[in-house]
Design a protein around this ligand. Structure first.
Ligand SMILES: *Cc1c(COP(=O)(O)O)cnc(C)c1O
Length: 366
């Protein structure tokens, strides 16, 4: 679609393709949780959640309570796991029917008390165990005490027990990952012995689904894969690109030899140079590290390198050899390859590049 602004297009067909790809990889009975934290990896959490809901995905997950509230306010009724709820938000979380990950005795006790205080009971909760990532979670040694606490409390209802792999994308770490899987199986066994109504068990993120499908248990947590990335080229090629970032040429300049372009006079023309100014800058998520001819956009299917420094709201590209005019479409990225290439240029990964796209950029489903 042609437009007069910077737009992040979200390709619904590509999402459906990617979801189907992972569904086909999994056992029929394995449930799918779609991770929509951080504005659904920089796309649009409401849009992705609505699509997921229509596709009968089983669960959603966000990082923080506020993210879950925004989804409830948008009419999302799927169960929502809040991966990193904070104690001060517990009341709000309960009011909005969100389900906390409780990862320590402190959060477990505080949550139980909050439910009691509100005169409620059996609020759904999830328990996270630390099997090696050392980020959030109970220790393996905590299992029996956790079970005791959960069994003795009428205010909570255990929906799932989960853990997270440290290096599911890295087959050099296979031994460590297998150890994590073994630890998780032990935890699972203890819970199964203790509870008549079994909670769901889940461990795998996108790369886990790709590399350790045997450890899919009852549910998987699909994040980056939905957006077309599997952290592995072979699989990424089977997925479709979801996000296209495009803009337009606001102004064309013919700059004489010996002049400079942009802040700090960072680019000096060696010849007469035709430049295009594009309304997207570092405040929109285009890293300043992509300036000085490191990064490029595509205009009329040709590469136009960023010259000088990226400004907050704009950047300038060299279009000397491109037959283009003001109002022409500019593609910042429209493929997984380009996203990966851009991420590499700024020493990061697609996860960060995508989540850097600021909320100022309009989102559009196509
Ligand atoms: C972000 C996250 C995921 C999703 O990971 P991907 O690699 O994007 O699939 C899964 N589980 C937890 C706990 C997460 O924080």
């Amino acid at each position: 679609m042609k437009s007069n602004a910077t737009i992040l297009e979200i390709n619904k067909k590509a999402i459906l393709h990617n979801l189907a790809y992972f569904k086909n990889k999994l056992d029929k009975k394995t449930k799918i949780l779609v991770v929509v934290k951080a504005f659904a990896y920089g796309s649009d959490a409401k849009i992705i959640s609505k699509i997921s809901q229509n596709q009968k995905v089983d669960y959603l997950a966000v990082a923080y309570t506020e993210e879950g509230i925004a989804l409830r306010n948008a009419g999302i009724h799927l169960p929502i796991l809040v991966l990193h709820p904070q104690i001060q938000n517990f009341e709000l979380l309960i009011e909005k029917c969100l389900e906390p990950n409780l990862y320590s005795f402190k959060t477990l006790q505080k949550f139980t008390k909050t439910v009691e205080k509100l005169g409620l009971e059996k609020h759904p909760i999830h328990l996270k165990f630390n099997t090696g990532l050392n980020r959030l979670g109970f220790k393996l040694n905590d299992v029996s005490e956790v079970i005791l606490h959960v069994k003795n409390s009428n205010s909570i209802q255990l929906k799932s027990v989960f853990s997270h792999l440290s290096a599911s994308e890295d087959l050099n770490e296979k031994i460590f990952t297998e150890q994590q899987i073994t630890s998780f199986k032990k935890i699972k066994k203890s819970f199964e012995q203790a509870f008549e109504v079994k909670p769901l068990f889940h461990l795998l993120n996108t790369s886990g689904i790709v590399n350790y499908p045997k450890a899919q248990f009852d549910m998987v947590r699909l994040g980056i894969g939905l957006y077309g990335f599997a952290n592995e080229e072979k699989i990424t090629r089977k997925l479709k690109n979801v996000l296209t970032l495009k803009s337009v040429i606001s102004q064309i300049h013919i700059v004489e030899k010996g002049e400079t372009i942009g802040y700090n006079r960072a680019y000096k023309t060696e010849n007469t140079t035709k430049t295009a100014t594009i309304p997207i800058g570092h405040a929109d998520g285009i890293s300043r590290q992509l300036g000085k001819e490191i990064g490029y956009v595509t205009i009329q299917n040709k590469k136009a390198f960023i010259i000088g420094n990226v400004c907050m709201d704009m950047l300038m590209v060299d279009v000397t050899d491109i037959n283009c005019k003001e109002g022409d479409e500019v593609i910042v990225f429209n493929s997984q390859e380009k996203i990966i290439e851009m991420a590499k240029k700024i020493n990061t990964i697609p996860y960060e590049l995508l989540t850097m796209i600021s909320q100022r950029v309009k989102r559009l489903v196509v």
